[in-house]
Design a protein around this ligand. Structure first.
Ligand code: F6P
Length: 509
């Protein structure tokens, strides 16, 4: 077991034992100031941890754990551009895309490069706005898709309306087939977004789009590999930079967010960055006890390691955040889906839970049955928005009452004579409330999750910024491609060989 894991175990085990049969409802009843004292605020965001299954002593132990694990120092290192991504020998300076909170040369240089790229991006936005282009297709996958897609969808109330923005992702040709069928190539521009410009899906879809456009006149690219983008046929003046010091899943704040800037305008994009910058300052400068990002991370570790809960649900009560769970699946599970430290030692404790979820109230009529009465306890983040951006007050009142009702029902449960109608309760949740959903608050919300993920990685002693686990499948797919295309090549695995034969036999049917 690593030192980090031992620290978690030794700090949390006594409290986990003490609270083994504790009930959230009793913890709330025994502590009149709990609703206020277990809530934190920053800017337009309020976070209540009052329905977590810990008491004041356990919460204080979590704060001590954060201090002993040197979380504030780790955040200093992140912002200073220390090589936190050791397996790839890089810093992770996504914070420099939106804030200037460090004076190190590397952080200042990154911040200046980002500002310079935004000037170029603004010029391209202006050019497109002045053209007769009506539709934009963002071609990318993973971090080159999920962040921009989430933000464009979530901020549709703030769209300038100048462009319709589409996302082409899946290597499945039906994605391109159906998406492009509705568009006019003469009035469409495409942005090929790929940090590496070596991703199979994006290169194949990029080639489909390039052919469909009939040339590269309205082809743009965002990449850290400018040479490859140019070799693909994108004119140098239409290639925006990325850098190896930004991880793909942390990159929507860079030119990867070109489609966002086209959807909500350059001012809207800058406001999104300002919201994230406010959360950066909060994360870096606020002591652990008042720090939403760090308490969120410590709560996640409590639920995973003290309570042993293996999944985590994200439940936004706002249709505009419907894509948040999918976005967070990459951010959280690609960052924290590790079981060894950078030295190759087994962590010795469980790390990332399976993250899943969906928007309320839709999900109430789907999987909430399992949340209330299933055998597994699923901790959840509920996210609510106080002021809507629509005039349908009755709908919004119903939405908020459902949000409040669900968190209460999950925590308190309900005893009935008929066991089938009993609710065990004691199911923990955090409630995040935004004053309103706008570019600023969305930037802050996403940055909150980024910082929580980093803090969790520090607590577990793992690298949040690499993703070696996705490589093996890519390599095998590359090796199998000729066999799938019909070439007579050796395939060692007998099951794969049999499957290829089966596919071959069924092809002509
Ligand atoms: O396969 C995983 C991954 O490397 C992600 O981390 C990344 O966001 C995605 O692929 C796309 O990579 P790229 O931007 O280089 O095309």
């Amino acid at each position: 077991m690593t030192t980090a894991a031992r620290l978690i175990r030794d700090t949390l085990t006594p409290h986990a034992r003490r609270l083994e049969v504790a009930r959230i409802a009793d913890l709330v009843a025994a502590d009149a100031a709990r609703p206020q004292d277990f809530a934190l605020r920053t800017g337009g965001l309020y976070a209540s941890f009052a329905r977590q299954r810990f008491d004041r002593d356990a919460r204080d132990a979590l704060i001590t754990l954060g201090e002993d694990a040197a979380l504030p120092q780790a955040f200093g290192a992140l912002f200073d551009g220390v090589t936190v991504n050791t397996s790839e020998n890089r810093p992770a300076l996504h914070v420099a895309l939106r804030s200037a909170l460090s004076d190190t040369a590397i952080a200042r240089d990154a911040h200046a490069q980002a500002a310079e790229a935004r000037v170029r991006m603004a010029a391209l936005v202006a050019q497109l706005e002045a053209s007769d282009v009506t539709d934009i297709v963002n071609v990318g996958i993973g971090g080159s898709d999920l962040g921009p897609r989430l933000v464009v969808d979530a901020l549709k109330d703030f769209g300038s309306g100048r462009f319709r923005v589409h996302f082409l992702t899946n290597v499945d040709g039906s994605d391109a087939q159906h998406r492009l069928a509705k568009l006019d190539p003469a009035k469409t521009a495409a942005i090929l977004v790929s940090k590496t410009f070596g991703t199979q899906e994006t290169l194949l879809n990029g080639a489909v789009v390039r052919d469909w456009l009939g040339g590269s006149e309205r082809l743009y690219a965002v990449s850290a590999n400018v040479a490859r983008a140019e070799a693909f046929g994108v004119a140098p003046e239409r290639v925006l930079p990325m850098w190896d010091w930004v991880g793909g899943r942390y990159s929507l704040w860079s030119a990867v967010g070109f489609s966002i800037a086209l959807a909500i305008g350059m001012d809207g994009f800058e406001t999104l960055l300002a919201g994230a910058a406010d959360m950066d300052a909060h994360a870096l400068q606020t002591p652990i006890g008042g720090n939403i990002t760090l308490l969120h991370a410590l709560t996640a570790v409590w639920n995973r390691n003290a309570l042993g809960l293996s999944t985590h649900a994200v439940l936004p009560y706002d249709e505009r955040l419907a894509l948040l769970p999918a976005y967070l699946q990459q951010l959280v599970m690609e960052s924290l889906g590790k079981s060894v430290t950078p030295d190759g030692d087994a962590v010795g404790l469980d790390t990332v839970p399976v993250l899943w979820g969906g928007p309320g109230t839709n999900s109430q009529h789907s999987f909430f049955q399992a949340l209330h009465q299933g055998t597994q306890t699923v901790p959840a983040d509920f996210i609510g928005v106080v002021n809507p951006a629509h005039p349908h007050a009755d709908n919004h009142a119903a939405l908020l009452s459902n949000l409040l009702a669900q968190t209460e029902a999950l925590a308190n449960g309900h005893a009935a004579d008929d066991a089938q109608k009993s609710y065990p309760g004691n199911r923990p949740s955090t409630l995040l409330l935004l004053d309103r959903l706008d570019p600023h608050s969305l930037g802050a919300l996403i940055a909150l999750y980024e910082h929580s993920v980093y803090a969790q990685s520090v607590l577990w002693g793992i690298n949040a910024f690499d993703q070696w686990g996705v490589e093996l499948g890519k390599r095998i797919a590359g090796e199998l491609l000729p066999a799938v295309q019909g070439a007579d090549v050796a395939v060692a695995d007998p099951v794969t060989r049999a499957l290829l034969d089966e596919i071959g036999a069924r092809r002509a049917r």
